[in-house]
Design a protein around this ligand. Structure first.
Ligand code: AMP
Length: 456
């Protein structure tokens, strides 16, 4: 049976009511296919394009189950656990549970680093139906005995490919080790490299697999283009572009990605000097400052947000109609996630990428991933035909040096997402034992990480 409206799905009345109030009538493809599978308690590996409603696809069946059950969470216990790679995404997912579950009685909590542990410990003490967490802080609290995961019924990895890559996999394994063997496990992502899929499959028991579009594809409604431009001309051009865009589209939001924290801060400052209303978010800002900025952006108080990849995944802000890659990302899947911040929920949007001579290798790897060329915007004052010619040629090109931008190597944890505040070198006994060797290791680890992430 083809599912064309929510009423065809066996979701309880409180959920249907919240959906109707939210104005959702038709389930998205991923929702129509995933919800029935999840209601049957099956494990699931789901891949769907950015902005196509993955959060509701896992949140609605969970809330349905909670609405049908009288079981109460036990002290420090968690019934359903959702892990996300960034704090911003964790808080957005928790907000979705709140909205979709407004007529369901349930306790939910949110755990991530960069803010005080105390309120989180208090929340956990009572026991939670749903916990949305970033891995680093969760492990800290787990090791201090504040949370008991032994009776988790559902384990969900949002942005699963990121969670299973080497930056997070040790943490995920540690958390998984505390979960009961018998549980439902769900992996959701927009991109999923095959080696990561294999890792994920090892966590799943006879899973269903749903792939709505081939992995790495970008939403059709994003109008993509690339500008071949000299590195030194980028700032001038972006200012011209933005001034025109803000003037013509005063109510629309623009999101700009840079490779480094310094770059994000510098650009936002420059925009302000030029009379544009802009701010930045990046790993050097405190969590509170990041959240405040994001909220002001959501409310339309800021027209332009300049961000590092902290904002690349999952962040759902209405009205972002233009995404600009001021720098191309070092990793091609980040491109798909970055531009996926526009054209959400069936809307359309525009994504412009700047490609300098040094970035040709990065553009080539993006096009390999998305399996199509990005259309060239030649009708711009800084067009560099030489760069385009190099791009089209067979000449081998090197990726820019890590030191020139992103120091994070694939496979290394990044503080960028802000949830690796926990030390990876903590002694086996856990906790803050304060032993000298541990503190030395902590220092060494911290300085390594600082070195790696200096620029983000
Ligand atoms: P997500 O991919 O979960 O971040 O969702 C992307 C956007 O789509 C969010 O703004 C949701 O509120 C919206 N959305 C999700 N499901 C639906 C639906 N069935 N109908 C309309 N909008 C939806």
């Amino acid at each position: 049976m083809k599912i064309t409206n929510f009423e065809q799905l066996p979701l309880s009345a409180p959920i249907q009511r919240a959906l109707a109030e939210k104005g959702y009538t038709k389930p998205s493809q991923i929702q129509a296919r995933a919800i029935p599978v999840l209601l049957k308690d099956r494990d699931l590996l789901a891949c769907a394009q950015t902005g196509t409603g993955k959060t509701a696809a896992f949140a609605l069946p969970l809330l349905h189950k909670l609405s049908q059950s009288n079981r109460k969470p036990f002290r420090r216990g968690v019934r359903h656990l959702v892990l996300t790679p960034t704090r911003e995404l964790a808080s957005q997912v928790a907000e979705s549970f709140k909205v979709y579950g407004q007529y369901v009685e349930f306790q939910y909590g949110l755990v991530y680093g960069g803010v005080s542990e105390k309120p989180q410990i208090k929340q956990l003490f009572k026991g939670l139906d749903i916990l949305v967490a970033c891995p680093g802080r969760l492990i800290d609290l787990m090791e201090q005995g504040h949370v008991d995961l032994s009776q988790v019924e559902t384990f969900i990895l949002d942005e699963a490919d990121r969670m299973l890559d080497m930056g997070f996999i040790r943490d995920i394994r540690k958390i998984e080790g505390k979960l009961p063997k018998e549980r439902q496990t769900l992996l959701f992502s927009a991109t999923m490299a095959s080696e990561i899929t294999k890792l994920g499959q090892a966590m799943l028991h006879r899973p269903e697999e749903i792939r709505i579009a081939p992995q790495g594809t970008t939403a059709e409604k994003i109008n993509q283009s690339v500008c071949f431009i000299a590195k030194g001309a980028k700032q001038k051009y972006i200012l011209e572009l933005l001034k025109q865009h803000v003037e013509e589209n005063p109510r629309e939001l623009t999101l700009i990605f840079t490779r480094t924290k310094h770059g994000a801060k510098h650009l936002a400052k420059k925009f302000n000097q030029e009379g544009l209303i802009a701010d930045s978010i990046h790993g050097n800002k405190s969590q509170n400052a990041r959240e405040k900025t994001l909220e002001r952006y959501r409310q339309g108080e800021i027209d332009i947000l300049v961000a590092t990849d902290v904002a690349a995944r999952g962040i759902d802000v209405k009205n972002i109609t233009l995404v600009i890659n001021f720098d191309l990302p070092m990793e091609s899947d980040a491109y798909v996630h970055r531009i996926g911040r526009t054209a959400r929920a069936g809307e359309s949007g525009q994504a412009i990428s700047f490609c300098s001579l040094e970035e040709v290798a990065l553009l080539r790897q993006v096009e390999r991933l998305i399996k199509k060329p990005v259309p060239v915007l030649r009708d711009q004052p800084y067009h560099e035909q030489d760069i385009e010619d190099l791009h089209l040629s067979d000449r081998p090109v090197k990726k820019p040096a890590q030191g020139g931008g992103n120091r994070q190597r694939r496979g290394k944890p990044s503080n960028n997402s802000g949830n690796h505040s926990r030390s990876n070198f903590r002694g086996k006994s856990g906790g803050n034992s304060g032993s000298q060797s541990n503190s030395r290791a902590n220092k060494a680890n911290k300085s390594n990480r600082t070195q790696r992430n200096r620029n983000r």
